[in-house]
Design a protein around this ligand. Structure first.
Ligand SMILES: [Zn+2]
Length: 186
């Protein structure tokens, strides 16, 4: 189950750390679904009623990633080099919003806060995996040059970029398989 979360702080951290290259463009959007309830049990039941399900169970949070890249090439005699590269990673993060927060008692609010904090931390990790993969593609293609035609270089880089995305998807699944921390509402 993809239980990703993140806040703009995660994005700011990544960019602020100077790790994101100018040629990786991140586009992060958020979606929410509403939960109601004035007890842990009531929220939990609402979660089961409202949240979508997949083969692994409830989808409490989700990250959808959408990848694009544009590479331009310059041919030289018997060789080719990449002249510009742009990797566009669009991320959409689904998170719950608790509608009854203002009416609830402080004990329940603190239960919710820790649940939501764990969900966000989990999804921050998913974002990092995706951004790391985008950075890997960027590093691989930036300034790439090879003997042969530009068509051949383009094909090679495109295939390698797809492999990086594939292995990041596997890393996302492994992360989900290993991270069972979110159970505060259970
Ligand atoms: Zn997950």
């Amino acid at each position: 189950m993809r239980k990703y979360a993140a806040a703009f702080s995660a994005l700011a951290f990544v960019l602020g750390a100077g790790e994101a290259r100018a040629d990786v463009k991140l586009d992060v959007t958020y979606s929410t679904y509403q939960l109601r309830g004035l007890s842990k049990k009531a929220i939990h039941q609402d979660l089961h009623r409202v949240a979508q399900k997949d083969a692994d169970g409830l989808i409490e949070g989700e990250l959808r990633d959408d990848w694009h890249w544009n590479f331009r090439f310059v041919a030289a005699e018997n060789s080719c080099r990449i002249s510009s590269d742009e990797i566009i990673l669009r991320l959409n993060i689904l998170l719950p919003a608790w509608e009854d927060q203002a009416r609830a008692n402080s004990a329940l609010r603190s239960v919710w806060d820790s649940y939501f904090r764990e969900l966000k931390a989990h999804e921050d990790s998913h974002i990092k995996i995706a951004v790391d993969a985008a950075e890997q593609i960027s590093k691989m293609v930036h300034g790439a040059t090879a003997a042969g035609s530009c068509a051949a270089l383009e094909q090679t880089l495109d295939l390698a970029a797809r492999q990086i995305v594939d292995s990041s998807e596997k890393a996302q699944d492994r992360f989900d398989a290993n991270d069972k921390s979110i159970s505060v509402l259970e």
